[in-house]
Design a protein around this ligand. Structure first.
Ligand SMILES: Nc1ncnc2c1ncn2[C@@H]1O[C@H](COP(=O)(O)OP(=O)(O)OP(=O)(O)O)[C@@H](O)[C@H]1O
Ligand SMILES: O=C(O)[C@H](O)COP(=O)(O)O
Length: 409
C-alpha cells in the first residue's frame, strides 16, 4: 500500500486544485475521447458531489506540436463523462483564472487552460524551484488542498506535478491511487516463464531508455512503430529516418548509442519486424519485406503481416506480456494489422498481460476487443514502463513526502 493520502483523507468543503492527465489524440483539431476522460471523470464527480470547489489543471501536447491545443473541448468531453458541468477559462494563472477560481461555489468545477501554455510548467526542474515559480506561488494561496490524479504524467518533473505538494496538503485522486497500486504490484511480481514486451509507438525516447533497464525482467522484446524502425536502422536497413514526418531523426540522434548497445548486447532478445506496410499510389495498404527495401521514400505506417505471424508464437509461449506503444498507426484501419494482431494474440492466451499507453489502450475498444481479455489496461504509458523498472516517479514521491512531512496540517 502507498503512504500518500487519498480522497478518503480529504477534509470536507475544500477549495481543491486537481491535476488530471487529459493528454489525448487530436485529429483535424478535434480532441478524441478516450479512457483518460472516463477514468478521471470519476475523481471529478466524487469531488463535486462532495461539495468541494474544484479547479482542474491538465496539459495537452507540447509547444510546437500539432496537438498542442487549448483545453476548451476537453471541458465538454469531461463534463459528459462526469455528469457535472465543467466550466472552462482560457487562462492558466492570470487575472481571468483567479476571478473564475474565486467565483466557484460548492460543487462547481472549473478547468484551467493547458498548463503547458505557461513557461513555468515545462522545465524539468527540482520541486523547490517549481514551488517558487510565479505559477505555483500565485495559484497555491487560492486553495486548501492539492489532488494529483495524473499517474500517467507522474514521470515528469513539471510545475503542476511537483511544485504544489510543497505548498499545499496533497492527496492522490482515485486514478492515481488505483494505477499506482496496480502498476506497483505488477512491477513487484515474479514470473516463472518467459516475459515478453511489445514495444512500439511514437515516443521512442521513452521506451528505448527503459529497454536497457528492463533486460533482467524481460526475456524478449518484439519491436514495431517508430522505435522498431529505429532499431532496423541500427541493424543496417535504410529505414528509420524522416521522410514526411519529424518522428525519426531527432529520436535517432538522441538514442543511437543506446539502441546500438541494446542490439549489440542483447541481439537474441530483440525481434525486429521482417516486413513493413505503407500507403501505395492507389491509397491501399502495401507491404514490403525489410530485406527488399533499397531506400525509404515514404512513411511506413505499420509492421507487415509476416511480422505479426513471427510474433504470435512468442506471445503464445509467454507467461507474461507487456505492451507499450502501438505497432502502427492503428487509428487508420488499413494500418491496424500489427497492433490488433498482437493484441488479439495476447487476448487469446491466458498469460498475464498489461497494455499501457494513453493512445495504445484505445485500440482495444476501437477494434471490438474487451478489457477483460487483459489482466490490466493502464491509461499510463511512460509512467507505467518506468514503474516496471522500479524507477521512482517524482510526482508520487512528492505525495509521499507531503504526507510524511504533514505539509499544511
Ligand atoms: N510507424 C508509425 N508512424 C507513426 N506513428 C505511429 C507508428 N506506429 C505507431 N504509431 C502511433 O503511436 C501511437 C501510440 O504510441 P505513443 O508512444 O504515442 O503513445 P502511448 O503508447 O499511447 O503512450 P503515452 O501514454 O506515453 O502517450 C499511436 O497513436 C500510433 O498512431
Ligand atoms: O501522454 C502521456 O504519456 C503523458 O500525458 C505525458 O505526456 P508527455 O510525454 O508529453 O510529457
Amino acid at each position: 500500500m502507498s503512504s500518500f493520502r487519498t480522497l478518503d483523507d480529504l477534509p470536507a468543503q475544500q477549495r481543491v486544485l486537481v491535476r488530471l492527465d487529459l493528454n489525448s489524440p487530436v485529429e483535424d483539431g478535434v480532441v478524441q475521447d478516450n479512457r483518460r476522460f472516463s477514468r478521471h471523470a470519476e475523481t471529478v464527480a466524487e469531488l463535486a458531489d462532495a461539495g468541494h470547489r474544484v479547479a482542474l489543471m491538465a496539459h495537452q501536447g507540447r509547444p510546437g506540436d500539432d496537438d498542442f491545443v487549448s483545453l476548451e473541448q476537453h471541458a465538454d468531453v469531461l463534463a459528459e463523462h462526469a455528469g457535472v458541468d465543467v466550466d472552462f477559462v482560457a487562462d492558466t494563472f492570470g487575472d481571468d483564472a483567479l476571478a473564475a477560481i474565486r467565483s466557484l461555489d460548492a460543487g462547481d468545477v472549473l478547468l484551467l487552460e493547458n498548463t503547458r501554455m505557461t513557461d513555468d510548467e515545462l522545465p524539468e526542474e527540482e520541486p523547490e524551484e517549481h514551488a517558487a515559480s510565479d505559477f505555483v506561488e500565485t495559484l497555491a494561496p487560492e486553495f486548501d488542498a492539492y489532488v494529483n490524479d495524473a499517474y500517467s504524467a507522474a514521470h515528469r518533473q513539471h510545475a503542476s506535478l511537483v511544485g504544489f505538494p510543497l505548498r499545499l496538503p496533497s492527496y492522490a485522486g482515485r486514478v492515481m491511487e488505483t494505477e499506482y497500486e496496480a502498476n506497483t504490484a505488477i512491477a513487484e511480481r515474479e514470473f516463472d516463464g518467459d516475459v515478453t514486451m511489445v514495444v512500439g509507438g511514437t515516443k521512442a525516447t521513452d521506451v528505448i531508455g527503459v529497454m536497457e533497464a528492463l533486460d533482467e525482467k524481460v526475456d524478449r522484446f518484439l519491436l514495431g512503430g517508430v522505435a522498431g524502425e529505429l532499431f532496423l536502422r541500427a541493424a543496417g536497413y535504410p529505414v528509420g529516418e524522416d521522410v514526411d514526418t519529424e518522428l525519426f531523426d531527432d529520436q535517432w540522434n538522441a538514442n543511437e548509442e543506446t539502441i546500438r548497445s541494446v542490439l549489440e548486447e542483447r541481439r537474441d532478445q530483440v525481434t525486429l519486424a521482417s516486413d513493413l506496410a505503407y500507403e501505395d499510389a492507389d491509397g491501399e495498404r502495401s507491404e514490403v519485406a525489410v530485406e527488399d527495401i533499397v531506400e525509404k521514400t515514404q512513411s511506413f505506417l505499420d509492421v507487415g503481416s509476416d511480422t505479426v505471424a513471427d510474433y504470435e508464437p512468442t506471445i503464445r509461449d509467454s507467461e507474461a506480456v507487456f505492451v507499450k506503444g502501438a505497432l502502427g498507426v492503428f487509428e487508420d484501419e488499413r494500418f491496424s494489422v500489427g497492433t490488433v494482431g498482437v493484441l488479439e494474440a495476447i487476448a487469446d492466451t491466458d498469460c498475464f498481460s498489461v497494455v499501457g499507453g494513453g493512445d495504445t489502450s484505445r485500440a482495444i475498444g476501437m477494434y471490438g476487443m474487451s478489457e477483460d481479455d487483459f489482466s490490466h489496461v493502464s491509461i499510463a504509458g511512460g509512467a507505467y514502463i518506468r514503474a516496471l523498472t522500479g524507477e521512482p516517479l517524482p510526482a508520487i514521491e512528492l505525495l509521499v513526502r507531503n504526507a510524511a512531512e504533514g505539509v499544511g496540517r
